[in-house]
Design a protein around this ligand. Structure first.
Ligand SMILES: Cc1cc2nc3c(=O)[nH]c(=O)nc-3n(C[C@H](O)[C@H](O)[C@H](O)COP(=O)(O)OP(=O)(O)OC[C@H]3O[C@@H](n4cnc5c(N)ncnc54)[C@H](O)[C@@H]3O)c2cc1C
Length: 432
């Protein structure tokens, strides 16, 4: 079958199997050859791609829930959408959620995903009590911060390269309402938005949309969205209807003029300052999930998301440089997001570090990858790194410089004979 991930680049011929029980998984692994686990394929690049993949789609049962502390035990193919559907009406929500609910628990652990509350709550691994991992020798081990700690630190953020995550215990958090009290503030340039992130540092959720087509005095103009769970309100809200993009848009529709017009419109139609308006939790966290297959707007050749993080001290200079280059190239994206992260965790190759992260979508075109290589150099020179779950083209050198924990990670891979058994196109490119 042809297989691709969310960016729809690359598309490869692959053989895919799935499993419902550990026994079935064992039989698949016994066939030999290297393989990679795959959840819902919402990673953008090649981390869930290989000529041999094993899908967790059928390994998706919820096994236990403890209402005294919100601990849910489930199989790794359960999606965040399913957890929300089942538990929100009972007053429980995800402690950490990325910008889509259409991912699996296994994918959330393997990418150690972050959300709008990274600065107050950290990465997904913070809410993971333990998980079971199938190793290359087919043994199943329980990993937590206390038990098999090095496997826990390597697997959270380890992009599926340490084995197959089976059952996991994750902690949900109590909420009283399906609403968020949201504050929206428009600001005119990069220094204003940096200042606002500082002002809203104690607010649970914050993120900014940034106009990547703006330059000069308007460079970095943005719209900050900050929010808290509402103290009271309905919990049982039906899921919103989704619309779908039914065909691939011709790629000429996305050019520097359409990007610039869209960005100007978005900025000018955003409220200049609204405090504490009540919005539903779904559109606050998952605005893009409303549009099925929105990845088709980038055309048949697909797109990639470039997401670097830069340490706080040098973020202003680095982002100025990066945004200037993007505006000059006219390569911008409709969706550019800026976020202030909290401190990094101990996992060997998790992405977040204390600083600012920028995420930008670019359609695939011949000049793109050489341009992203230039941006990589700026990111590395300023002490940053690029997110693996969005990546499809980073070099081995950029990976090693950005992720100093790669050596410990590679040692674990050697020690447990994971290398040669759990491989993706990405791991082969990065030689990890
Ligand atoms: C619209 C959108 C918004 C997003 N917003 C954010 C965001 O705000 N923050 C963020 O951090 N990410 C974000 N992402 C990225 C997404 O959360 C991650 O890529 C996530 O890992 C995808 O999960 P998945 O189940 O689709 O896994 P896949 O894409 O299928 O796989 C991702 C990685 O997880 C591994 N994996 C999956 N299941 C297992 C398993 N059972 N055992 C071992 N390894 C496994 C795969 O091998 C692969 O390396 C976004 C993606 C989209 C499309």
């Amino acid at each position: 079958m042809e297989l691709t991930s969310w960016g729809r680049h690359p598309r490869i011929a692959a053989s895919s199997s799935s499993f419902e029980t550990e026994g079935e998984l064992l039989r698949t692994l016994e066939k030999g050859g290297d393989i990679i686990a795959r959840g819902l394929g919402r990673s953008y690049g090649d981390s869930a791609l290989n000529s041999n993949v094993i899908s967790t789609a059928r390994f998706n049962k919820i096994l236990a829930f403890d209402p005294s502390n919100g601990l849910v035990v489930c199989e790794s193919g359960v999606t965040l959408a399913e957890l929300i559907e089942i538990f929100l009406k009972r007053g429980w929500f995800l402690s950490i959620t990325p910008g889509t609910r259409l991912i699996t628990v296994g994918g959330a652990i393997a990418s150690d995903v972050h959300g709008k509350n990274h600065h107050t709550a950290g990465c997904f691994s913070e809410c993971v009590e333990w998980f079971e991992l199938m190793l290359p020798d087919k043994s199943i081990v329980r990993c937590s911060r206390e038990e098999n700690r090095e496997l826990f630190l390597a697997t959270c953020g380890g992009m599926g390269l340490t084995g197959i995550i089976l059952t996991a215990a994750i902690r949900l958090k109590r909420v009283n309402s399906a609403y968020i009290r949201e504050t929206v503030i428009r600001c005119n340039n990069l220094s204003e938005i940096f200042h606002l992130f500082d002002v809203y540092q104690a607010t649970t959720y914050s993120v900014a949309w940034i106009d990547c087509a703006a330059s000069g005095k308007r460079l970095g103009r943005s719209v900050l969205m900050a929010g808290e769970h509402a103290e009271a309100g309905k919990l049982n809200i039906p899921l919103p209807r989704t619309l779908s993009v039914p065909f691939d848009l011709p790629s000429f529709c996305l050019n520097k003029y359409s990007v610039s017009i869209f960005n100007r419109l978005y900025f000018n139609t955003s409220p200049s300052h609204i405090k504490d308006r009540l919005v539903l939790l779904e559109p606050f966290f998952y605005p893009l999930d409303k549009i099925g297959n929105w990845n088709r707007i980038y055309g048949k050749k697909g797109f990639t998301q470039y997401q670097p993080v830069i340490p706080r001290e040098s973020a202003y200079e680095a982002l100025k440089e990066i945004l200037n280059r993007i505006a000059k190239q006219g390569l911008g994206s409709f969706l550019a997001v800026l976020k202030l992260f909290g401190p990094e965790n101990e996992n060997f190759i998790s992405f977040p570090m204390g600083g600012y992260t920028l995420a930008l979508d670019f359609k695939i075109e011949p000049r793109l990858f050489p341009f992203l290589d230039e941006l990589d150099r700026i990111v590395i020179d300023f002490g940053g790194r690029v997110y693996l779950t969005k990546d499809v083209r980073m070099s081995k050198e950029v990976f090693r410089k950005g992720y100093p924990g790669w050596e410990q990670f590679a040692e674990i891979r050697e020690k447990y004979k994971m290398k040669g058994k759990f491989e993706s196109l990405q791991s082969k490119r990065l030689e990890v």
